[in-house]
Design a protein around this ligand. Structure first.
Ligand code: ZN
Length: 104
């Protein structure tokens, strides 16, 4: 995925470990995610297909979405069924590293 932010900055999603990307999991999907984690801990999958089935609620929870934050202006984009929704801080002082695992 590649798109241009409203400010003109190009945002790329073509690799892993991006400091400006995050995942949004609906609260309504968290019980299924925790149940899948418990099942995975209690019984190791015996095949690749069983592992895929058991980890699917963890890796792709129902209703999950991807989010991106522009490192230049701080706008946040949420990808929803191939449509991007843009959000900008009403106060203008949003940190531009909200999706970094270890912001400095
Ligand atoms: Zn921007």
């Amino acid at each position: 995925m590649k798109f241009l932010c409203e400010c003109g900055h190009a945002i790329y999603d073509q690799t892993d470990d991006l400091p400006y990307k995050a995942y949004l999991y609906p609260d309504q999907s968290m019980d299924a995610l925790y149940t899948a984690l418990d099942q995975l801990i209690q019984s190791a999958p015996r095949s690749v297909s069983q592992r895929y089935t058991m980890t699917l609620p963890i890796t792709l929870p129902k209703g999950h979405r991807q989010m991106y934050q522009c490192p230049d202006c701080g706008r946040i984009y949420i990808s929803d069924n191939d449509k991007l929704h843009c959000f900008v801080s009403e106060f203008g002082d949003v940190p531009k590293n909200l999706f970094q695992a270890d912001p400095q």
